[in-house]
Ligand binder design. Structure first.
Ligand code: SF4
Length: 425
């Protein structure tokens, strides 16, 4: 796909911050979530559940290859078909080919993360296949897709969890986002990131307790659909599972970064993040937003692009996200780790970026006491000349970014070192 490069987080955030109505709505959503959580007391074993969730997701990731093979066997035995996609382009080809093979010129497509990650809406449109959202739950459960065009032949849905033991696909609905979990169509094409597998059915007992409280602040999720293969007379007649890697095995190689794959996509970290609360999701890019997006997107896409490299800096490192995460992902630790990777990747460029030139200059100056003291004297003199009323309002060049949002106090006439030397004399 082509087009203008995505903007850096700060540039995109400036646009979002100008939208005062959206900011009001975000604040209100965070407040509603907070009130709901406060109204539903934490279960007494909440911390034990979080520890269990952490352990279950870690076990799933550390034995991922074996779990995926077990899952493939179970899905196949239950009458489904498994397809493997190394990247988004391959996944799009598989989904398009399956839709065509089913004779569909229109498919029901939900708005889940895997569907957005693969940009399936645009891919199917390019193939001449129209898409419609799944029917809203409630009045007419077996009802028509969003555009009212009648039941479709194919539904394409993002999977939340996959159980290797039984080959079960689990779809979780938060109420206002209907999912296409197969009841709407003859053929279900389920797309899933490979990290969403869990080894055993009993693992879901823990995850389905952690998820609702973190997702909506409630005790139970509106609807959980579990689908195991093809059951004659009940549900879709064909079930295809597309397992998508798209950078995940690379993330798995990174001992610190891989923690991001434990995510169960509850969005609790969004509601407590002071950055997300002000900017909303758009500046993070089209797929993974909030604190988890800030650590997942740069790992899945690499930190070469300016937009992805800016995401690890979209945080105050306050730690609220780690406190609330039901599977205890230490998001600040991964953010700092990724900032290091961004710096390393810049170091390798043939033309060093201005910050690197500045840091090298500082390292040279501070590497020798006399050089450092001479620079300090000159800098103090210059800074006192530039100050008005004891404050410097604007620093020159690159340093100007620092004074964009704050003043700099003028340095004292006598620097600490000079004062110390005088005192000792
Ligand atoms: S990282 Fe965020 S979205 Fe993922 S499980 Fe933790 S709190 Fe939920």
């Amino acid at each position: 796909m082509t087009g203008a490069p995505a903007p850096k987080f700060a540039a995109a955030a400036r646009v979002a911050l100008a939208d005062t109505r959206a900011r009001r709505e975000l604040r209100a959503a965070a407040a509603v979530f907070g009130r709901r959580r406060a109204a539903v007391p934490e279960p007494p074993d909440w911390e034990a559940l979080r520890a269990a969730g952490h352990a279950i997701r870690d076990a799933a990731l550390l034995g991922l290859d074996a779990h995926l093979e077990r899952l493939e066997r179970a899905v196949t035995q239950a009458g489904g078909t498994v397809h493997w996609a190394a990247d988004a382009a391959q996944a799009r080809r598989v989904v398009t080919a399956l839709s065509r093979a089913a004779g569909a010129d229109r498919v029901v497509l939900d708005d889940s993360l895997p569907v957005r990650e693969l940009a399936l809406d645009a891919a199917l449109s390019r193939a001449g296949i129209t898409t419609a959202g799944p029917p809203a739950r409630g009045a007419d459960p077996g009802g028509e897709a969003e555009d009212g065009g009648g039941a479709a032949r194919v539904a394409v849905a993002g999977v939340d969890f996959m159980v290797a033991e039984t080959g079960t696909l689990v779809f979780v609905e938060a109420g206002d986002e209907p999912r296409a979990s197969g009841g709407e169509a003859e053929t279900l094409v389920a797309v899933a990131g490979i990290e969403t597998v869990v080894p055993e059915w009993r693992d879901m007992e823990v995850l389905l307790q952690l998820l609702p409280r973190s997702l909506t602040g409630e005790r139970m999720t509106a609807l959980v659909t579990c689908l195991t293969g093809v059951v004659p007379g009940d549900g879709p007649r064909e079930v295809h599972l597309v397992l998508v890697d798209n950078g995940r095995t690379r993330v798995l190689e990174d001992e610190i970064g891989r923690d991001a794959l434990r995510c169960i996509r509850c969005r609790a970290c969004h509601h407590v993040c002071p950055v997300y609360e002000r900017t909303g999701g758009a500046p993070y890019g089209p797929v993974h937003t909030g604190p988890i997006g800030a650590i997942l997107t740069p790992q899945l896409r690499g930190v070469e692009s300016a937009a992805a490299a800016s995401l690890p800096y979209a945080s105050t490192l306050c730690g609220a996200c780690a406190d609330v995460c039901p599977v205890r992902i230490d998001i600040p630790e991964v953010l700092v780790h990724l900032r290091g990777e961004v710096v390393e990747s810049r170091r390798a460029r043939p033309v060093p970026p201005p910050e690197l030139v500045l840091m090298r200059g500082l390292a040279w100056t501070m590497g020798e006491p006399r050089r450092y003291e001479a620079a300090l004297r000159r800098g103090t003199r210059w800074a006192r000349l530039a100050a008005r009323g004891g404050r410097i309002r604007r620093l020159p060049g690159l340093l100007g970014a620092w004074t964009d949002a704050r003043d700099l106090p003028a340095p004292p006439a006598e620097p600490f070192r000079a004062w110390w030397a005088r005192r000792r004399r």
